[in-house]
Design a binder for this molecule. Structure first.
Ligand SMILES: C[S@@+](CC[C@H](N)C(=O)[O-])C[C@H]1O[C@@H](n2cnc3c(N)ncnc32)[C@H](O)[C@@H]1O
Length: 426
């Protein structure tokens, strides 16, 4: 097993080298970053994770790198599109995400074990689950207990052998709880009364999980072989577990200022992993773009660049309810996280390193949120030199799903690919 020698932490896991093979990734210059609604490339359909860009586009970006010794980082790695593209092309990579659900999906896609066995049953059934178990938000006691039988069984397996069954449970639970998704699929409701709880018989649930494992095994077998190692970590982009100047290429898409709360969006999968976001708000509070506000929010604007300050002023002066209170705090918190993340990228990147950011502009009510311009401004003061800025019009837009947000008139928004070089090498 090859070890990546750039980590700043003592770690014994998650780093591996998959068997060599042939990459079939496309290299078209005409690709847009937008992930198609039903993307299959890179086994993106293994689990519907909210993604910043498509696998083929990520491959096309990384394929231009000629030096095979370069190390790729995605500090907001999500379901691992960047790290899988790097593995496929033969570049070593590191993927960081604070959401443990994201890392489980990224890990499965990264083919830590392409031939993981399909588990047919977790064996013996338990009768009760802990009263604080997050599964109670959607399931009756016997169904929650059976899901726990599965998670307990796979907890005894190696990471490689567990991944397939774990993501299969994610898929089966998602399907069973579809009725809790509203028009905005990233805002998942919980049962308000016992009548709304889902009850699935043991045999039916086991069969569904087996079926999902078979589907996933099939999807994994379609992947091009990984030819380079990746290291995946559950950590924050605000404090990267990496050495100074250890990274050559950063390809990433941070959360946008569109009020997607990743903890709520993946509340069911977090519950499966044992995190009840209703009782324990730690993860939800820490995620960038969270809809919760932290206790200490420094509301001074002068630590931000002029474009961020203009946006914050427009939000604070907006006539709609809570604009100068909750919404201002949320935006300040988001911009602080963005700046902290960019500062970390400056620290871990080598001089001359490339940074490609995919970001989407949006609106707060009728106030434009020029996220691409904000990123350029904040990256430039942290040592990044702008090389290219390419906007792509966005058709599918989550802000349009929000009924209260629809009350305000908005123009079109763009998703922008912004490329920088560290230092003055432009
Ligand atoms: C736009 S998504 C990236 C999607 C990714 N490109 C993919 O293909 O799945 C942004 C990711 O940032 C993660 N995130 C939010 N706050 C974070 C933080 N402080 N540190 C690291 N990751 C964070 C979210 O969990 C989410 O997975």
């Amino acid at each position: 097993m090859e070890k990546l020698d750039l980590l700043d932490v003592n770690t014994d896991g998650d780093v591996y080298l998959a068997a060599p093979g042939v990459s079939d990734a496309g290299g078209s210059q005409l690709l847009t970053p937008k992930r198609p609604a039903t993307e299959k490339a890179g086994a993106a359909d293994a689990f519907p994770y909210y993604a910043g860009f498509s696998f083929d586009w990520a491959c096309s970006k990384l394929q231009r790198i000629e030096d095979p010794s370069r190390v790729v980082l995605d500090p907001w790695n999500g379901s691992g599109t960047t790290t899988l593209a790097a593995q496929t092309i033969g570049l070593r990579s590191v993927g960081i995400d604070l959401n443990p659900v994201a890392n489980k999906i990224a890990q499965l896609r990264s083919q830590v074990n392409r031939d993981a066995p399909i588990l047919s049953s977790p064996g013996q059934s338990s009768l009760r689950v802990d009263k604080n178990d997050g599964l109670h938000s959607w399931f009756t006691e016997p169904t929650a207990a059976r899901i726990r039988d599965w998670t307990r069984c796979i907890a005894q397996k190696s990471e490689g052998d567990a991944g397939l069954a774990l993501v299969a449970i994610f898929r089966a639970v998602r399907k069973a709880t579809k009725s809790f998704e509203g028009s905005n699929p990233t805002w998942v409701k919980q049962a308000k009364s016992v009548d709304e709880l889902i009850d699935i018989g043991v045999a039916e649930l086991d069969a569904a999980i087996v079926l999902e494992q078979e589907f996933l095994a099939d999807r994994l077998s379609s992947l091009p072989m990984a030819v380079a190692p990746t290291a995946l970590f559950t950590a924050s982009a605000n404090s990267l577990p990496l050495r100074d100047e250890s990274i050559d290429v950063i390809l990433t898409s941070p959360p946008y200022l569109t009020r997607i709360d990743y903890a709520v969006a993946y509340a069911r999968e977090l519950a499966i992993l044992g995190v009840n976001i209703t009782r324990d708000r730690t993860l939800r509070t820490r995620l960038m773009g969270t809809t919760l506000t932290r206790k200490e929010v420094d509301l001074t604007f002068d630590r931000f660049g002029p474009r961020s300050q203009t946006l914050l002023r427009a939000i604070s002066e907006h006539k709609s309810k809570a604009s100068g209170g909750y919404y201002l705090k949320q935006a300040v918190q988001y911009l602080s996280d963005l700046n902290q993340g960019v500062a970390e990228l400056s620290r871990v990147a080598r001089d001359g390193a490339d940074l490609h950011l995919v970001v989407q502009d949006s609106y707060y009510k009728d106030v434009p949120v020029p996220l691409a311009d904000i990123c350029i401004e904040e990256a430039e003061v942290r040592g990044w030199h702008l090389v290219e800025c390419k906007p792509y019009p966005v058709k599918r837009n989550l802000t349009k799903l929000n009924t209260s947000a629809r009350a305000y008139k908005k123009g079109d928004v763009a998703e922008t690919v912004i490329s920088f070089k560290k230092g003055r090498h432009g």
